[in-house]
Design a protein around this ligand. Structure first.
Ligand code: NAD
Length: 442
């Protein structure tokens, strides 16, 4: 099939590459000329396991092309995906300007039937706005071309995006018409062979499902984080509690890890946007308001602990392991590391940080500064630092040489925001060790 994807970010590129890999002809359109140049040169503009190979292979095979020309994009694909950003506005609501700009662009160039498919995460009611924006642009041109607007939210996880797209748990298609549903079923058939994963529903339900999924996952995390703070006070161990409740099949083990807060491009913004939608419809979402507040609090926990331990931070250096908001990505959007670093800097301290892939992103955000050293290994981060803080659970941090680290740090103290180690083992290695929801040792 012929497919066009507007927006060459995480979602757009993964969608395009995976669809091309099963034989479709896909054109990616982006307004960012530099990004398109990078892609044409065979490079992926971000780190995501497996995407580079797919991009190169399919571009070489002539199934994947990149352009800044919206006209070419609209002419190419019978199915057109909108996968542009929907960042939060001041009031928490999703900014739809990019989505609606694409809808108008499609209306500007469309000459034949098109299925316009919203993959961006958008609030309930957006498909109707897309339909309206496209329709009025067509009317402005004085032409009458048929089209359908479908909601097809994306559930991939950064760090495992290709696997998630290739083997989806579900493919949600929100539409009231049979014609686009049939086309979407055909498009997704290669990813839908084992059992039928396509869930057809009305547009509003599809739009709400995406927010409901992210809000539920964020809720589980904030729930565990609050419980972890209580566990510390009552002398319980949140890891034991996690195993104890996760074994109940009604609860399950996923997304029950206590830590230093959730980040990323989706959970924080989607929780905010759903709370905002609630306000707009006069339906207060109290649980989600608390989820957000608990997460904001949790992102400060490591800093408060480090400050309580070291006292005045001016002139002190904190070694930091992990910058990305989670492992296997270089995405720093809303990352807990940013809250920690900015608090350390505001208190006069310095940071020596290492991350396997997110250091370039960090440099792009903060530039060169005296109070931030981005260093090539976890050990070098510890050299001359006062204490060590861990923010991202990269596999490479899981089995450190504690004896070597002890020699490198000024004070043998670890503040672990991801509960990577058994407290006793760290204490036996001679460290003071604070983690989340477990007894402080050493
Ligand atoms: P992103 O910021 O990485 O990429 C968006 C891209 O759209 C950018 O390259 C930008 O230049 C381009 N763009 C903006 N306006 C354009 C226009 N008019 N025409 C063509 N291109 C345009 O965003 P992302 O992380 O890929 O997220 C996209 C959407 O998918 C968001 O709504 C997000 O909530 C949702 N989503 C993201 C994830 C994730 O893990 N990142 C997962 C599921 C859903």
């Amino acid at each position: 099939m012929k497919v066009t994807v507007f927006g060459s970010g995480y979602v757009g590129l993964v969608t395009a590459a995976c669809l091309a890999d099963v034989g479709n002809h896909v054109v990616c359109v982006d307004v960012d000329a530099k990004k398109i140049e990078t892609l044409k040169a065979g490079h992926c503009p971000f780190y995501e396991p497996g995407v580079d190979d797919l991009l190169v292979r399919n571009a070489k095979a002539g199934r994947l092309d990149f352009t800044t020309s919206a006209a070419d994009g609209v002419a190419h694909g019978e199915i057109i995906f909108i996968a542009v950003g929907t960042p939060p506005q001041e009031d928490g609501s999703a900014d739809l300007q990019y989505v609606l700009a694409v809808a108008r662009t499609i209306g500007q160039y469309m000459t034949d039937y098109r299925v316009v498919c919203t993959k961006s995460t958008v609030p309930v009611g957006t498909s109707a706005k897309v339909r309206e924006a496209l329709g009025s642009t067509l009317a402005g041109r004085g032409v009458d071309v048929p089209y359908d607007v479908v909601s097809n939210p994306e559930f991939l996880k950064e760090g495992a995006a290709v696997e998630d797209f290739m083997r989806p748990d579900r493919i949600i298609v929100g539409t009231d018409s049979p014609r686009p549903l049939e086309l979407m079923r055909a498009l997704y058939a290669p990813f839908n062979r084992n059992h039928d994963r396509v869930m057809a529903m009305d547009v509003q339900s599809a739009e709400l499902t995406k927010y409901a999924a992210n809000a539920m996952l964020a809720t589980r995390i904030s729930f565990m984080n609050e419980l972890a703070l209580l566990a510390e006070k009552v002398g319980a161990d949140i890891e034991s509690v996690r195993r104890g409740i996760g074994s109940d099949p009604r609860i399950g083990f996923q997304f029950l890890y206590a830590g230093c807060g959730y980040g990323g491009s989706c959970f924080p913004k989607d929780v905010k946007a759903l709370v905002r939608t609630g306000h707009e419809y006069g339906q207060t979402l109290q649980v989600l308001t608390a989820v957000e507040a608990a997460n904001d609090h949790q992102k400060h926990v490591l800093f408060d602990r480090i400050q309580a331990y070291l006292g005045d931070l001016s002139g002190k250096t904190i070694a930091l392991w992990g910058l990305a908001f989670k492992p296997n990505t270089d995405d720093m959007r809303e990352a807990p590391s940013r809250v920690l670093m900015e608090a350390i800097w505001a208190a006069g301290g310095k940071v020596r940080a290492h991350d396997p892939v997110a250091m370039e992103t960090t440099r792009a955000i903060y530039g060169e500064r005296d109070d931030l050293a981005l260093v090539p290994s976890p050990e070098v981060a510890c050299e001359g630092a006062d204490v060590l803080a861990i923010v991202t659970e990269w596999a490479v941090f899981r089995s450190p040489d504690f004896a070597a680290i002890k020699k490198l740090l000024r004070t043998p103290a670890i503040f672990d925001g991801r509960n990577l180690y058994a407290p006793k083992a760290v204490a036996d290695a001679g460290f003071y060790y604070e983690s989340i929801g477990r007894k402080t040792v050493g």
